[in-house]
Write a protein that binds this ligand. Structure first.
Ligand code: CA
Length: 369
């Protein structure tokens, strides 16, 4: 399209959008319906950018509806156990909303894992682009619809760390017999490597590691791992987070309750989700560097990188494990195909944009090890 044509078309589009949205002359219309919801989460109380993101969402919705739509937020365990968030929202009744991660639904909907994280898959910005422009969110809605749930992206933690270990990982065989807390598709890869994979909510990880119920754990990244105190009981902090290169958390809503809302409230809820998703993403990005520095320099954490040979083996096993899971479930197959197609498209751009740029920064930062 010629530049002039493009500019004309864009200007016409803007006028049409304003006219159709009724913004030109119509007075502000306000649904006067009073709504009270309960939101449950998988997060411990006060967890930055996760539990407080749910609380921020509630505040924004209340503010944007002039106090008419109120959401009361409960941390994991306060109203329902942390890992029953999805089921509670699905069932509805007393709970209408939730905050968690897609891979906690792996047992009932294997495809849900792709919306959280895929080992060696898309990073956070890639995931966000897939939801919006690669059909990811439509598929996510399709996967959750049979459970009467509507998902909305809740922000990415950014790349995670590989986790906390008490023994060095030097070859792929070092994963054999390891009892590790690692959810999602990453956990499926570890199981194939002979690890015992244990799924437990955040609130139980420290005690399980301290008591030897698990030998190793991944959680999130420096900011949150520091708060959990893992440095007190684990020797080595490994990177990179091959299993969760940019996972997204989710806001979920009971579909019937969401659809019963005035359209204005639905739009407000969606807008608040988008705003909080961005806030969460930036919060993680802003906080992790400082926390990593504190872990290393104040808490003497031993920062370790998985050897290249281990990463290369993990990548090859991850490819097989993900393909196996996708092959067993038609919806997972469909989602995986969409994911892989989109990864190829934006990967080509990443090859000439972010990758060479980050390579130029390779010797900018040095860490004690
Ligand atoms: Ca994690």
């Amino acid at each position: 399209m010629e530049r002039r044509q493009f500019l004309q078309k864009a200007a016409v589009g803007t006028v049409a959008a304003v006219a159709s949205s009724g913004m030109m002359n119509a007075p502000a219309v306000h649904a006067q319906k009073k709504i009270k919801w309960k939101m449950v989460t998988t997060w411990p109380p006060n967890l930055p950018y996760l539990q407080d993101a749910a609380e921020l969402l509630a505040k924004k919705v209340e503010l944007m509806t002039g106090g008419l739509f109120k959401i009361k937020v409960f941390a994991g365990g306060e109203l329902v156990p942390p890992l029953q968030t999805f089921d509670s929202v699905s069932k509805g009744g007393s709970v209408q909303a939730g905050s968690g991660v897609g891979y906690y639904q792996a047992g009932k909907a294997p495809a849900a894992q792709w919306f959280a994280a895929v080992p060696f898959g898309l990073n956070g910005s890639g995931m966000a682009a897939w939801y919006e422009f690669g059909g990811g969110l439509k598929l996510w809605e399709e996967v959750y619809a049979p459970f009467n749930v509507i998902p909305r992206p809740g922000g990415t933690t950014g790349p995670q760390m590989a986790g906390w270990f008490n023994k060095k990982i030097e070859t792929i065989d070092d994963f054999k017999g390891l009892k590790m807390r690692i959810p999602g598709l990453g956990g499926k890869v570890m199981a194939k490597l002979g690890s015992t994979v244990i799924l437990c909510p955040a609130s139980e990880i420290f005690t399980n590691l301290e008591r030897g119920v698990i030998d190793a754990t991944e959680w999130i990244g420096p900011l949150h791992d520091k708060l959990m105190g893992f440095y007190k009981i684990a020797k080595y902090y490994y990177y990179p987070g091959w299993h969760e290169p940019g996972p997204f958390v989710e806001f979920i809503f009971n579909k019937k309750e969401y659809e019963a809302l005035p359209l204005e409230y639905q739009a407000i809820l969606d807008a608040a989700c988008a705003q909080v998703s961005s806030w969460t993403t930036q919060g993680f990005n802003a906080g992790n560097g400082q926390a990593l520095d504190e872990l290393i320099n104040q808490h003497n954490v031993k920062l370790m990188k998985f050897p290249d040979s281990v990463l290369s083996e993990l990548k090859s096993h991850a490819k097989d494990a993900v393909a196996d899971i996708a092959a067993k479930d038609p919806m997972a197959k469909k989602v995986n195909e969409s994911f892989e197609r989109f990864k190829k498209i934006i990967g080509a751009w990443g090859e000439v944009s972010e990758k060479p740029y980050y390579n130029t920064l390779a010797d900018t930062y040095t860490f004690k090890s």
